[in-house]
Every structure is written in C-alpha cells, then in structure tokens.
Design a protein around this ligand. Structure first.
Ligand code: DO4
Ligand code: MG
Length: 275
C-alpha cells in the first residue's frame, strides 16, 4: 500500500482506492510498531475519497535524516573509478565495492529535500551534474525497514572526482535530494526483478534514458540499514538511498530546465526539474 504526504494531509492508496487518514503527525505514523496492520485497518474502515492532485504532493518526510549508500552497483564503481582517475582515487571505489563495510554518507536534512515537482538545485561551481535514481529505504527508529520510496541523489561528478574528500560538497547542498511520490509501506523488500528507470527530458525530448533492476544491487537492504544503524541513533527514523545503477555517459551533464523522471515499480514516478 502507498502512503502519500500532501498539502491536505495523508492519503492511503490501496487496491485502486484512495483514503484520507485522520492522523497529522508524520513522525508518529512513521514510527508506529504496527504501521502495516494499522494502515490495512484504516483502509478497511475509511470511505473512499478522490485522490490528491500531482501539485498537492509533498515529500514523504518529517524529521527523518536522509543518508545514502554508494558504489553498490558495478556501473557506479566503474563510473567513479573513471571520474577520479586523475586524482588517484580510482582504487578506493574498487575496494569499497568488494569490502564488507559499504560506503555510507550523509545526504540531506529534511529542509534540503525537494518534493515531487519542485526544482532541484544545480550548483554554481559544478559543470558536471547528474541525477542518481535510487531505491530508498524508510527505516523506523528501531531500525526496522518499514517501506520504500524513490530517491534522487543529485550529484556533482566533477567535484567528487577531483578529490574523494570533496564528497560532502558534491552531494549535500540546497535541494540536493528528492523523495517520492509516495512511501510504499511493505514489510518485505521489492523483488529482484523490480525495475528502476531514469529518463531525462530536455525541451520535452529524451536526452538520456537508462534502466536497471534490483538484481544488480550488490548488497541487501537489511545489510545497508544494519550498517547505518550500527552505533547510531535515529529518534525519528531515517531514509537511506541504496546507490545508483544508472550513470549517464561522461559527456552528459544536467542543464537548467531539464526534467528528471525516476520510476520504480510499485512506487511510481518521481519528477523534478533541474534549476
Ligand atoms: O562515492 C561516491 C558516490 C556514490 C553514489 O552516490 C552511488 O553509487 O550512488
Ligand atoms: Mg548515489
């Protein structure tokens, strides 16, 4: 079932029917121990309503921090090795792809997260930026994965390629992340055949299209969530992007006005312009 946060409150979409929930506290809902059963009960009791419009959607986030895993797909490993070759960073990426400990980095506070449709920021000091379409785990305060959403880990390839120590600047800036369009509440991870697609439109025409599946993800959602929560606390829960398996060719960079479209089976399509 899909949980939507909107300007009018929280909506549940299940079996082609929309319901409007009574609650108003996203963090409390996100951290309910019985979330799945609670929403199933609400869907059985509440009357059907008209669903929200695309302009009403907010990012499915309250006080959760957003973190991200990296180099979890072979394609990402190869792209990072190429972009950092001149800086001597090449072997870091190869090693972290094979290592037991994954790369995990801080991505965004909630105020840096764009809602569906909201322009994401192109850094003034970067000439090589790409969207990264990532399955994103919703993890409650107890460390349980409660669901999934689509995430855009907007990134500056030139800044991270110049020196791996610049990663926080390449990754974390105003409106550097987007989440949505909904939180798919599900106790089990999506199946390996789940497709992740990225389309970038320029003046309405495709400028890039790519696709991968979760079968290409080298690590399990539980493994990544376990590393994030190891020796750490998240009182409101957290989101964890699981890495990108789609990287446009080295000659591609985003331009202002481009439309980034990230689709994940079972979640929907997250659309954000670049500005
Ligand atoms: O190490 C650089 C970033 C990796 C990343 O964001 C990804 O693989 O998705
Ligand atoms: Mg990424």
């Amino acid at each position: 079932m899909q949980l939507y946060r909107t300007r009018q409150g929280f909506y549940l979409h299940t079996a082609s029917t929309w319901h409007r929930l009574d609650e108003e506290d996203w963090d409390a809902l996100f951290n309910r121990a019985d979330l799945h059963a609670h929403l199933a009960g609400a869907a059985a009791q509440l009357t059907a309503v008209k669903g929200p419009g695309p302009g009403d959607l907010l990012a499915p986030i309250g006080s959760q921090e957003v973190w991200a895993a990296g180099v979890t797909y072979f394609r990402s490993r190869t792209a990072r090795m190429e972009e950092s070759r001149d800086a001597g960073g090449g072997s870091f990426y190869d090693r972290v792809y094979e290592a037991e400990r994954p790369e995990i980095f801080f991505k965004a506070t909630p105020q840096r997260v764009a809602r569906p449709g909201q322009p994401m920021h192109l850094r003034s000091d970067s000439k090589w930026m790409v969207p990264e379409p990532e399955l994103t785990l919703a993890i409650n305060a107890d460390g349980q994965i409660i669901g999934f959403t689509a995430g855009n880990d907007l990134s500056c390839r030139d800044i991270e390629g110049e020196n791996p120590l610049y990663l926080p600047q390449a990754k974390c800036f105003k409106l550097c992340a987007a989440l949505g369009p909904c939180l798919r509440v599900a106790p089990e991870p999506p199946p390996p055949e789940t497709a992740i697609r990225l389309q970038i439109l320029r003046a309405g025409a495709p400028a890039f299209e790519g696709e991968t599946t979760l079968a290409q993800l080298k690590r399990t959602p539980r493994e990544l969530a376990g590393f994030l929560y190891r020796d750490n606390t998240f009182p409101a829960g957290a989101y964890l992007m699981t890495g990108t398996g789609i990287v446009p060719g080295d000659d591609f960079t985003l331009q202002s006005g481009d439309e980034m479209r990230i689709s994940i089976d079972g979640i929907g399509t997250l659309v954000n312009p670049a500005a």
